[in-house]
Structure formats: structure tokens, C-alpha cells
Design a protein around this ligand. Structure first.
Ligand code: UDP
Ligand code: MG
Length: 320
């Protein structure tokens, strides 16, 4: 008899105590329904301050299919997804949000497609973004336009983290050990054949979004810095442009002075220019600083996440 294939499902959770029972029940129902497939459900608790870690630990005690990773603090969704991928053992691996915005029911169709069409990954994107504020939708659209013009690694507008992929793709992702992780960019970088399916992401079923506008902007900037060095090149080009302009202006001033003498005039425009160029220099220094700060973190080679450790087995964990 052929060996049963298996699906690992990863759910990053940050203060999701209300959502976990919902997604657990639904995932169980869906995964049991997929014929001839074994499964595991991996909950990654990303340093929640509510009862999330206790709830997922209780689930793993009563259900052998449930695995848990509990972080020592909030490391972010990227770190949580990485931890889940590291712990997964399935031939196929899926990532789903805890809030039911990525309906587990769709996994059936995704598994069917990955088997029938022999693609490496089935990923979902949404065009509607309903349930998110106007500002968030506007910023997201702008961001996709910026990233498309800046980065060579392709990204699908509206792409969610919801996808089902083959083991070889997971191994490729795990081979990229960078500290500043941006998974949507990594997918584009590693290649592989991905089938994109549109769907209407429903509203969050319980709790509140964990991404406010500030966190979202930070995530967006990290995405750009992680996968494009074009801002640095842009700074260099603008710098070069101003050098040429100032050289030409100097020539004009010298010629004017030689012909008409040197009346003192035009200081307000000079003041504006000094402020403008000064501002521009600080802005580009900031861009440079961004890259250097990321480099600094990469060089330190810190772990992407730290597990809280089992309270009953604390001594063995705290030795290193
Ligand atoms: N999440 C996480 N760590 C964080 C923030 C979010 O693990 O620091 C998880 C969260 O619990 C959820 C998923 O990432 O399962 C998506 O978060 P959310 O639904 O708040 O994002 P949104 O739908 O607003 O983009
Ligand atoms: Mg959500």
C-alpha cells in the first residue's frame, strides 16, 4: 500500500484566544474530509498576552495532531511563519491566519489543484480588501505600485499569506536564513510554479486586526529594503543630477560676474536652495541608515525567534 501523504497547516497566533476554537474546529473538519491524507495543525503563539498559549497547549494535550510553538515574546508574524515552517513535517504545507479570513474550506480545492495540475504551490489573492479601512486599502495599493517599480522579484497585488506548497518549496524558504524576513518577497525570489486563485477574503470572525497603520508602514518599508536596493541607486542618481546642475550654475554665475559685475542679490532663493538640498541629503542619509540598520541586524546573526520553553523542563533549556 502506498504511503499516505501528509499536510501540515501553520497558524500564526497573536492574541487570538477567541479565534482559535473556531479555526481548530473548521480545520479538523476540512482536513478529515480530504481523502487518504494525514495532517498536523501547528499553532505558533507569537508572544500573546491573552490565553492563546494555554488554549493551544490544551489542544495539543488532547489532540495528537496538534503541535505548538510558544514564543518568549512577540517576534512578529514573519518569525511565527518561519517557526511553523521549521516545525512542519508534511509533504504539503499550508499557512493560514487564525481569524478565519483564510477559510480552511478552500484547502480542499487547493490540494486538488496542486495534485491535478502538478504545480508547486497554490496561493490566494484578494481584490476586495473589504473589512479594511479606506486608508489601509489606499496605502496597500500604493505600496504594490512602488514595489513593482522597485523590485525585480515579482509580487502579486493583493496576495495573502494563505497558500499550500510542496515540501521542496518549504525547504527552499528555510534555506534562506536572513533575519529581516519578508516572505512575500522570498516566494518571488525562490521561483517555483505558483497557481494564483482569486477569492473574497471574509471579515475577521473574532478579535481585532493586529496590524495598525504604523505597523503596516513598517512592514512595507521592510519589504522594500529586504528585496530592493533601488532606493540607494535613486539617491545616487539624484545626487549626481544636483552636482551637474550646481556645476552649470557656477559657470553661469562666473560668466555673469565677469560681464556685469557682482551685485548682491537673490539670497532668499539661495536660502531655499540650501534648505532644500539639506533636506534631500538628510532624506538620503535616512535611506542609507535604513539599509545599514538592517545590515547590522543581519551581521549579529540573532535567532529569528526564541521559544519560551517548557516550564517543567526549564533547566535543560536555560543551559545555553
Ligand atoms: N500575527 C502574528 N504576530 C503578529 C501579528 C499578527 O502572529 O505580530 C498573526 C495574527 O494572529 C493572525 C495573522 O497574523 O493570525 C494575521 O493578522 P491580522 O488578521 O491581525 O492581520 P490583517 O488581517 O489585519 O492583515
Ligand atoms: Mg486578518
Amino acid at each position: 500500500m502506498a504511503v499516505k501523504e501528509s499536510i501540515s497547516t501553520i497558524i500564526p497566533c497573536f492574541n487570538e484566544e477567541e479565534s482559535i476554537p473556531l479555526i481548530y474546529d473548521e480545520l479538523k473538519r476540512v482536513l478529515k474530509d480530504i481523502k487518504n491524507v494525514d495532517y498536523e495543525i501547528i499553532f505558533v503563539d507569537d508572544g500573546s498576552s491573552d490565553h492563546t498559549s494555554q488554549i493551544v497547549k490544551d489542544l495539543s494535550k488532547k489532540d495528537k495532531k496538534v503541535k505548538t510553538v510558544i514564543f518568549s515574546r512577540n517576534f512578529g508574524k514573519e518569525a511565527a511563519m518561519y517557526a511553523g515552517l521549521e516545525k512542519s513535517t508534511g509533504d504539503f504545507v499550508a499557512i493560514l491566519d487564525a481569524d478565519m479570513q483564510d477559510p480552511p474550506e478552500l484547502l480542499k480545492a487547493m490540494y486538488h489543484i496542486i495534485k491535478e495540475e502538478n504545480v508547486d504551490c497554490v496561493a490566494l489573492y484578494t481584490k476586495s480588501h473589504k473589512g479594511y479601512s479606506f486608508v489601509r486599502r489606499y496605502l496597500t495599493n500604493c505600496w504594490y505600485k512602488i514595489i513593482e517599480s522597485l523590485s525585480s522579484s515579482k509580487q502579486m497585488p493583493g496576495a495573502r499569506d494563505f497558500r499550500l506548497m510542496k515540501r521542496k518549496m518549504v525547504d527552499a524558504i528555510l534555506s534562506m536564513k536572513e533575519y529581516n524576513r519578508y516572505l512575500k518577497g522570498i516566494y518571488g525570489y525562490i521561483g517555483y510554479e505558483t497557481k494564483w486563485l482569486p477569492y473574497d477574503a471574509p471579515n475577521r470572525q473574532a478579535g481585532k486586526s493586529k496590524f495598525n497603520i504604523g505597523k503596516l508602514i513598517q512592514y512595507g518599508v521592510e519589504g522594500i529594503v529586504a528585496f530592493s536596493t533601488t532606493p540607494l541607486l535613486f539617491a545616487a542618481y539624484v545626487g549626481l543630477f544636483f552636482c551637474i546642475v550646481s556645476f552649470l550654475l557656477i559657470l553661469v554665475i562666473i560668466i555673469k560676474t565677469l560681464i556685469w559685475g557682482d551685485p548682491v542679490s537673490g539670497w532668499p532663493s539661495l536660502a531655499c536652495l540650501v534648505v532644500f538640498i539639506g533636506g534631500l541629503q538628510l532624506f538620503f542619509l535616512g535611506i542609507l541608515g535604513l539599509y545599514i540598520s538592517k545590515l547590522y541586524l543581519e551581521v549579529k546573526k540573532r535567532p529569528i525567534y526564541i521559544e519560551k520553553g517548557d516550564e517543567t523542563n526549564e533547566t535543560s533549556k536555560s543551559r545555553h
